[in-house]
Ligand binder design. Structure first.
Ligand code: SF4
Length: 345
C-alpha cells in the first residue's frame, strides 16, 4: 500500500502585498492598502496525490504555488511539510533539504531556461547547486535519468543542445527534467501545458501521471482549465479572489459542483457542457475584481446570480456538502434559503 499521509498542509495561509500610499504614505511609511493574493487558505496534499488548484487569472493560484515552492513568503498562516513548520524557513542551509523535496515547474519554459545554457547544464544546475552529486559520472547519470523520465530519449542526443534548438514541447520536458533530477516528492506545476499544442499537452500530462505511478510523487497542478484538472487530478480545489470556495474529488467538483462559481466555470466549458446532466446557470458576468478591492461578504457576490442580502454582509465559511466535499456558500444553510442549491436554478 503506498503511503497516502499528508506531505504538505497549508493552514490559514495569507499573502498580502502592501500597496504604497503615494508620496505622503511613503514618507510616513503607511501603506494605502493591500493586495490579498491569498487570504486564509487551508489545503492538504497527500503523498502521491494529484491536487489541481483551479481559478481564473487573478485568483491567487500562482501565489499559492510560489509560497509552497518557497519563492514567496506568506504574511500569515502556516506551511507544514511532513508536519514540520516551514513557514519562516529561510537561507540556503535551512531550505536545502526542502528544495530537494519540493520543486516547481513554470508555465513558460522559454523563460525558465537560460538561453546560454545547454540542456545538460540546465538539468544539472539544481543537482550542482544543492550539492547532490559527488562527481561528473554521477552528474551525467542523474541528468540522463531525468531527461529519459521526461521523455527525451536518447538523453545523450539532447545534452549539447540549446533551448532555441528545441520545440516547445521539448523545452517543457527539459524544465520537467530539471525538476525531476533532484528526485522530489512534491512538484508544483504552474500551468505547465497551457502554452503547448494539444497533442503535446497529452504527452506532458502523461509524463506527470507516470511519475506519480512510479515514484508516488505528489503534484499540485495549477490551471485555469477545469476539464484538464478533471483529467489529471484526484481532487480539485477552486480558488476565487484568494479564497478556496470549493474542494472535493475531481468527479464531484466537475459533475456535481455546489458552489455557484464552480458551476459557472463548469458551464463555461464546452467539453463538460455536453454532459446531459449539467446545471443551467447564466454565464459569468464581468471579470475577477482586483485583489486590492475585495468585496465585503462573499467575494463572489457581485458576479453571483443567486446572491441575497446575507451574501453582501458576511463571508461564508467552508461547510461539508458531501463526503470530502466542502463549499463556501450560504445557500444550503441560510434561513429561508436553507436547502436551496445551485441545482434549483
Ligand atoms: Fe452566491 Fe451568496 Fe453563495 Fe456567495 S454565498 S456564492 S453570493 S449564493
Amino acid at each position: 500500500m503506498p503511503d497516502t499521509s499528508d506531505i504538505l498542509r497549508l493552514e490559514s495561509l495569507k499573502v498580502h502585498f502592501a500597496i504604497k500610499g503615494g508620496l505622503f504614505g511613503s514618507i510616513l511609511g503607511r501603506p494605502a492598502g493591500a493586495v490579498r493574493a491569498a487570504d486564509g487558505i487551508d489545503l492538504n496534499i497527500g503523498r502521491g496525490e494529484i491536487v489541481a488548484l483551479v481559478g481564473e487569472s487573478g485568483s491567487g493560484k500562482t501565489t499559492v504555488g510560489r509560497v509552497i515552492a518557497k519563492l514567496a513568503q506568506p504574511t500569515g498562516g502556516r506551511l507544514l511539510f511532513e508536519g514540520r513548520d516551514m513557514t519562516s524557513a529561510k537561507g540556503f542551509s535551512a531550505l536545502r533539504p526542502y528544495r530537494r523535496r519540493v520543486q516547481m515547474i513554470f508555465q513558460d519554459a522559454y523563460q525558465a531556461l537560460n538561453p546560454r545554457h545547454t540542456v545538460f547544464d540546465s538539468v544539472a544546475e539544481p543537482l550542482r547547486s544543492l550539492r547532490l552529486v559527488e562527481n561528473h559520472a554521477q552528474l551525467t547519470e542523474r541528468v540522463s535519468e531525468a531527461l529519459s523520465a521526461a521523455g527525451l530519449n536518447p538523453p545523450g542526443d539532447f545534452f549539447a543542445r540549446f533551448p532555441h534548438e528545441l520545440s516547445g514541447g521539448q523545452r517543457q520536458r527539459v524544465v520537467i527534467a530539471g525538476a525531476l533530477a533532484v528526485k522530489p516528492e512534491l512538484i508544483v506545476a504552474d500551468e505547465p501545458v497551457s502554452m503547448l499544442d494539444l497533442s503535446i499537452r497529452a504527452q506532458i500530462l502523461q509524463v506527470l501521471v507516470d511519475l506519480r505511478a512510479k515514484h508516488n510523487m505528489a503534484l499540485l497542478f495549477i490551471t485555469h482549465d477545469l476539464p484538464l484538472a478533471w483529467l489529471i487530478a484526484d481532487r480539485i480545489a477552486v480558488l476565487y479572489l484568494g479564497r478556496l470556495v470549493e474542494i472535493g474529488s475531481a468527479d464531484d467538483i466537475t459533475f456535481n459542483p455546489r458552489h455557484p462559481y464552480t458551476v459557472a466555470l463548469r458551464n463555461a466549458t464546452p467539453q463538460i457542457r455536453s454532459d446531459a446532466s449539467r446545471v443551467e446557470l447564466p454565464a459569468l458576468q464581468g471579470e475577477v475584481p482586483s485583489a486590492a478591492r475585495v468585496p465585503k461578504g462573499c467575494r463572489f457576490h457581485p458576479r453571483c446570480p443567486l446572491a441575497f442580502d446575507r451574501c453582501k454582509e458576511e463571508e461564508p465559511p467552508a461547510i461539508e456538502v458531501g463526503p470530502q466535499h466542502m463549499s463556501a456558500c450560504w445557500l444550503p444553510t441560510s434561513g429561508a434559503n436553507a436547502g436551496l442549491s445551485t441545482a434549483s436554478l
